[in-house]
Design a protein around this ligand. Structure first.
Ligand SMILES: Cc1cc2nc3c(=O)[nH]c(=O)nc-3n(C[C@H](O)[C@H](O)[C@H](O)COP(=O)(O)OP(=O)(O)OC[C@H]3O[C@@H](n4cnc5c(N)ncnc54)[C@H](O)[C@@H]3O)c2cc1C
Length: 504
């Protein structure tokens, strides 16, 4: 510890972002020399949605040394092997975006190249037949790919669905046990230091002031410090992502939970279905310019599989990102840093990514701008990466049944995505440019799933021995099927994992 070290961190907000940040910071920073205070207001509450995740969450849980069975029991979680997309390419079509790879690469040639080449010679099943996660999901089965699991089980990628409120409470328990101080109260003001422009302290409704060296703004869409106080600005992406509203409602769900999220495209947006242990999470995400609120609610309620368990909740948002995720001594995390709609369940990952980067670039009280600039550059990259992948789902459609889909199908793209699509269309090539999220199999699943098939394959794929490839593809497909058939039913696996947590 030096004389310049940060001594007081103040986290503003106790939703998923606030408690994820608190639990990680108290675990990884030296708690003998740093105080972490989290302020939240029960009166304001949290956004209360955000129940589907992507695989990197496992690394976050491991960082906190969370036992997975205890986590499943505490948050009523289920496993998620990917997302089933219904009616996206065209009405009546469906495909699966799995976690984990498709097949195996041969002699340095990507599996999808081999699949594409073979599918020009004979009719093949959907590429999902060569994915462990897709095959298991289709049968409603799950088995945990323990470290050192044999192929093809080791290719199973997974994440979780969980109850957002229970998850925040679970993390709160961890954070408070390690020494995070929680303050209940509504923040009504913040004071800046005249010379540095840094936030000095926040003031609560009862007049209490809480000072800090570093503030982490997890206050939700409003961005209490990053926007209200610092006026950082917001980059609006709604011309590419026109959905700006959601309505969420839980419903009864008595059956075995499916190990996947379902996203069904509707006339001006899409509807989610997230199976938890005790209920189904449902919601519709839509563009208010194309669908009145009352019609959206009607559409949502008409498509529930069980009785609603609460009144539908309306949520308003604008796709985009805060121009600077870190401004002065305020780092925004979660909804205060921006929002890309939940089609690929990326927001919780963006929180995690922000926390990891903040810890890697943790400042001292001199706030070297180099660290802040690097953080902002990295967060811009990860936000734009997610943005492009989500836009792809809207653009890659043949739907022409509504003005909304006509707009999406014909809209102009960001240059980064346009270039990627051109490369894919020519010879099925995809490059990741050091991007941290969505690997090649994810892009392949969505592109092929929505009917964008390259005109040719690359020369290295064409050079492979056709008989060897044909035989290998058939054997691989059978091995995925065989492995999946021997897995437990997903609901049984979850019940056993929760029972084992109870026995610990
Ligand atoms: C429709 C929808 C669906 C989503 N689905 C997914 C999904 O499937 N997967 C995913 O990863 N993400 C999803 N998200 C995003 C996810 O919900 C959020 O990223 C996550 O919940 C984090 O929210 P937050 O903590 O930033 O904000 P919030 O939950 O809004 O928390 C804000 C906190 O700040 C506090 N606060 C605010 N103002 C004050 C004040 N003046 N004084 C004191 N405290 C204050 C509040 O009390 C609260 O504790 C979804 C979002 C939406 C809108």
């Amino acid at each position: 510890m030096s004389e310049h070290s940060i001594r007081d961190v103040v986290i503003v907000g106790g939703g998923t972002a606030g408690w994820m940040a608190a639990a990680a910071m108290i675990r990884l920073l030296d708690k003998r020399s740093i105080n972490i205070t989290l302020i939240e207001s029960d009166e304001i509450g949290t956004v209360g949605v955000g129940e589907a995740t992507i695989p990197p969450i496992i690394a976050y849980n491991n960082m906190l040394r969370i036992n997975e069975d205890e986590f499943l029991a505490a948050t009523k979680a289920t496993f998620k092997l990917g997302i089933e997309f219904v009616d996206w390419g065209a009405i009546g079509e469906r495909y699966f975006h799995p976690f984990g790879p498709h097949g195996q690469d041969f002699q340095g040639v990507h599996f999808h190249q081999i699949y594409l080449r073979e599918s020009r010679l004979r009719k093949l099943d959907d590429i999902g037949a060569w994915s462990m996660s897709t095959t298991a999901a289709a049968l409603g089965r799950y088995a945990r790919p323990e470290p050192n699991a044999p192929l093809p089980l080791s290719q199973l990628g997974y994440a979780f669905h969980f109850d957002a409120g229970l998850y925040a409470a679970f993390l709160r328990g961890i954070a408070e046990r390690q020494g995070v101080r929680r303050v209940e109260g509504k923040i009504v003001g913040a004071t800046l230091d005249g010379s540095s422009g840094n936030v000095q302290h926040v003031t609560l409704a009862d007049g209490t002031t809480i000072a800090g060296d570093l503030f982490v703004d997890c206050s939700g869409f409003r961005g209490l410090l990053i926007e209200d106080k610092l006026g950082t600005g917001y980059e609006d992406w709604s011309k590419w992502l026109p959905c700006d509203r959601a309505i969420a409602v839980p419903s009864e769900y008595p059956g075995q939970p499916d190990p996947f999220t379902r996203s069904t495209a509707r006339s001006a947006g899409w509807q989610w279905r997230i199976p938890l242990q005790h209920r189904m999470g449902n919601g519709i995400v839509y563009s208010s310019g194309y669908l009145p609120d009352s019609d959206a609610e009607e559409l949502l309620l008409a498509n529930l599989e069980g009785k609603p368990l609460a009144e539908p909740r309306k949520l308003f948002f604008k796709a985009g990102r805060r121009r600077l995720a870190w401004n002065a001594n305020v780092v925004s995390l979660g909804l205060s840093s921006g929002f890309v709609e939940p089609l690929e369940s990326t927001s919780i990952h963006l929180i995690q990514s922000g926390i990891v980067k903040l810890l890697a670039l943790f400042p001292d009280r001199r706030f070297n701008p180099v660290e802040r600039d690097e953080y902002n550059r990295q967060m811009q990259d990860v936000f734009e990466d997610v943005r492009d992948f989500i836009i792809l789902h809207y653009k890659a459609t043949r739907r022409d049944d509504s003005p909304f889909w006509n707009y999406c199908r014909t809209m102009e793209l960001p240059d980064s995505l346009e270039a990627k699509l051109e490369l894919w269309r020519a010879k099925g090539r995809l490059f990741r440019d050091q991007r941290e999220l969505f690997a090649t199999p994810s892009w392949v699943a969505v592109l092929l799933g929505q009917g964008i098939v390259p005109e040719e394959t690359e020369p290295a794929a064409d050079a492979l021995d056709p008989a060897m490839i044909s035989d290998a593809l058939d054997k691989m497909r059978l091995s995925y099927r065989h492995m999946a058939e021997h897995m437990p039913m997903h609901g049984d696996f979850v019940a056993e994992a929760c029972a084992s947590a109870g026995r610990r």
